[in-house]
Design a protein around this ligand. Structure first.
Ligand SMILES: C[S@@+](CC[C@H](N)C(=O)[O-])C[C@H]1O[C@@H](n2cnc3c(N)ncnc32)[C@H](O)[C@@H]1O
Length: 283
């Protein structure tokens, strides 16, 4: 499936979210400003700007990350700006041991764990992402494998992190059971993903590849109830659930929407939870 996304529909979508959030908390003058801006965008005959569109094909995780790997570590990912500080605060609590970065990608968290004294194993389904992780974390060992069947023995790992990957799975239970299997009793698991509020309202893993083209890998919104059922079935106890929110410094406030409709972008996204982070203990 390929969508042809036009700037006009994207901007009106942001205006709509801003208007919706203004319904109860806002005021009439702000609503009028938003509606006036929508009129301007929809009514403009500047097709060179507002009619501009890009093809955005949907790719599966394997094909998507093969293409994304070359640009994945470029700054400006709004999800990473809210997720990373919260996850790192949790990871530093664990004493050094054997740490697993599941769906490690280019090794963002694996590198942090190695720098904090852990022996690191990274697993990922994308050879292209793993190749970059191997360079980024020379002391780590990296293995190609799937979240639904981790290539590790049971009960070996002291600490596991799985970031920004579970949303790509249609169903959570199998991957969470696998994480619980490889972690020793008393060991910790940190999960982080795009908040379901975002994926349920259109947020996707959209990226720009090195050749300038765009694509996305689907994000499935997993609600808290789905996570809690999977944790209960796998013997995992919730220590904390954290939901860091977008503030005005978040990268989403510096993206293309902000360039064209800055006030609407801030009104649409400020205060919404960007990431869902779970701190778990294996019983
Ligand atoms: C958005 S990246 C996150 C990478 C890294 N964890 C981070 O937070 O920067 C998602 C990663 O999940 C991997 N992935 C997606 N589905 C997977 C699966 N079923 N099994 C293993 N890896 C998977 C992709 O190859 C990709 O490297």
């Amino acid at each position: 499936m390929t969508r042809h996304v036009r700037l006009r529909e994207f901007l009106v979508g942001v205006e709509g979210l801003a208007l919706f959030r203004n319904l109860v908390e806002g005021d009439d003058a702000t609503a009028e400003e938003r509606i006036e801006e929508v009129r301007r965008i929809v009514g403009s005959d500047d097709e060179a700007t507002y009619g501009l569109g890009i093809d955005v094909p949907e790719l599966d995780a394997r094909a998507g990350y093969a293409r994304w790997s070359a640009t994945y570590d470029e700054p400006g990912n709004p999800l990473i700006t809210v997720e990373e500080p919260v996850v790192h605060e949790l990871l530093v609590e664990a004493p050094p041991g054997l740490a697993l970065d599941a769906a490690c990608g280019t090794g963002r968290h694996a590198r942090f764990l190695a720098e904090h004294g852990h022996a690191v194993v990274g697993v990922d389904g994308s050879p292209e992402m793993l190749a970059r992780a191997t360079v980024a974390v020379p002391t780590g060992s990296f293995v190609e494998g799937g979240l639904e069947q981790l290539p590790l023995c049971s009960g070996r790992v002291d600490l596991a992190v799985c970031a920004l990957a579970l949303g790509h799975l249609v169903e959570l239970g199998r991957a969470i059971a696998e994480l619980a299997r490889v972690v020793r009793p008393g060991g910790r698991i940190v999960l982080a993903d795009l908040h379901p509020t975002m994926s349920a309202t259109g947020g996707q893993a959209l990226f720009r590849a090195a050749d300038g083209t765009s694509a996305f890998v689907r994000e499935h919104p997993h609600l808290h109830s789905e996570y809690l059922a999977a944790f209960a079935a796998s013997g995992l106890e919730v220590r904390r659930c954290l939901e860091p929110r977008f503030d005005e410094s978040a990268a989403v406030m510096q993206g293309p929407a902000h360039h064209f409709v800055p006030e609407a972008t801030v009104a649409a996204f400020r205060g919404l939870p960007g990431a869902l982070v779970w701190d778990l203990e294996r019983r």
